[in-house]
Write a protein that binds this ligand. Structure first.
Ligand code: SF4
Ligand code: SF4
Length: 102
């Protein structure tokens, strides 16, 4: 979430655990590129897929850096679903509405 508006928001990273789904291709990519820790830190998600776990804030465990609570801490390695989630899209507006964070 490098977009400045996203840094003030973070709504799309606040979701019930098991709903931010990770693709098999992400898992393979992480394992082949030195980030097996990300592949090993997933939970059961909807539709039989794997998903990011939530942290104590009720958001994706990877949300937040010291002093920047809405920045993705694994931005360069984030999942496909995160890369394709476009600011300003219908999904974005829905997340902001439902999350009441943005
Ligand atoms: S909901 Fe939209 S504005 Fe908020 S962080 Fe996600 S993409 Fe950015
Ligand atoms: S990996 Fe990053 S961008 Fe994706 S849901 Fe988690 S905090 Fe948000």
């Amino acid at each position: 979430m490098a977009d400045s508006e996203c840094l003030r928001c973070g709504s799309c990273c606040h979701s019930r655990e098991g709903t931010i789904l990770v693709e098999e291709a992400d898992i393979r990519h992480w394992r082949m590129n030195g980030r097996a820790d990300l592949a090993d830190r997933l939970v059961e998600g909807h539709f039989g897929q794997r998903a990011f776990p939530n942290g104590p804030r009720g958001a994706c465990i990877h949300l937040g850096r010291p002093g920047v609570p809405n920045e993705c801490s694994i931005y360069e390695d984030r999942a496909t679903v995160c890369r394709t989630f476009l600011p300003g899209s219908g999904q974005c507006l829905e997340a902001r509405r439902d999350g009441r964070l943005g």
